[in-house]
Design a protein around this ligand. Structure first.
Ligand SMILES: [Zn+2]
Length: 301
């Protein structure tokens, strides 16, 4: 009797220990738990690839707003809200708050208001009237003043300003990072890039799919090396787009499908839902990623 109890306790303990051995800090959804090995291979020797935690895409858009009835930002917002993959996606928009053709004009201000009213997060990309200027070209005091001005511009339209910054042209150095830190802003770079920014040309559509597959190959390597840690059970994977690109805007739904397909092609398990739909959770995840400062990409276009 007593031996039987011990045996059953022991097997229960083994059962509990087996699925988490090696990766004690994340749990698998039941549907994604690895199959028990067919042979007598001990669990400890199972391929690490089978044990990757699920990922969730955290979408970010730079350079906007691009306002107006035919603007790219509203076109993107409509597709994030209503699409067959994950309805109600919430994203982070890194805006140019003072450039007259962006957030500095009446249409741009209205767009910033509408973007946050739709539940998305806004954060500063540039707070300068001149717009897209590398922060590394500004004196630290001027940079700090421009970021504060940018935050005030967002706060004038939105209840909340995400405490994040995405440097224009991805340009940063110790000095600019010191300024961000002094203002309590987390610098958020990206794991995957849609290659839709100025440097890669405005309308490149060819090889979008194969490009994203190779971007997610790097993501897989980074998750496998445990450089990207789960936040609340899922690994937030930061993807960067430009909401000023009208090609991106008119193909947003297709991009969502490409991301999901590219993850599957790389054997990456997807969280349910595969995109953030909760802005608070997205912001928490972004802040953790900014704090950790490690990305699948090592350089940015
Ligand atoms: Zn930019």
């Amino acid at each position: 009797m007593r031996a039987a109890v011990v045996r059953s306790l022991l097997s229960a303990a083994l059962f509990l220990a087996a699925p988490v051995s090696g990766f004690a800090d994340w749990a698998f959804p039941v549907a994604e738990a690895p199959e028990p090995p067919a042979s007598a291979t001990p669990v400890a020797f199972a391929k690490p690839a089978a044990r990757l935690p699920p990922l969730r895409f955290l979408l970010t858009f730079d350079d906007g707003p691009d306002a107006g009835p035919d603007g790219s930002t509203p076109l993107i917002l409509r597709q994030l809200a209503d699409n067959p993959i994950t309805p109600g996606i919430k994203a982070i928009f890194f805006v140019q708050t003072a450039h007259p053709r962006r957030g500095g004009g009446p249409a741009g201000r209205a767009q910033m208001r509408e973007t946050c009213a739709a539940g998305h997060l806004l954060a500063v990309h540039s707070g300068l009237v001149e717009g897209h200027v590398s922060h590394t070209k500004l004196a630290p005091t001027a940079l700090a003043a421009s970021l504060r001005a940018g935050e005030a511009d967002i706060a004038a339209q939105c209840r909340h300003v995400a405490q994040l910054v995405r440097p224009p042209n991805w340009a940063y150095n110790d000095e600019t990072r010191g300024v961000y830190q002094g203002l309590g802003l987390g610098m958020l770079m990206a794991d995957a890039n849609a290659r839709d920014g100025k440097i890669y040309g405005w309308h490149i559509s060819l090889r979008r799919r194969s490009h994203m597959v190779s971007e997610l190959e790097q993501v897989r390597a980074a998750i496998g090396a445990r450089r990207l840690q789960p936040v609340n059970g899922v690994v937030p994977v930061v993807v960067s787009f430009h909401d000023t690109n009208d090609y991106t805007a008119s193909h947003m739904t297709e991009y969502l499908q490409i991301l999901v397909d590219a993850a599957r092609e790389n054997g990456l398990p997807l969280a349910d839902p595969p995109f953030y739909t909760d802005a608070r959770a997205a912001e928490r995840a972004a802040l953790v990623r900014a704090r950790d400062g490690d990305y699948a990409r090592q350089s940015w276009p």
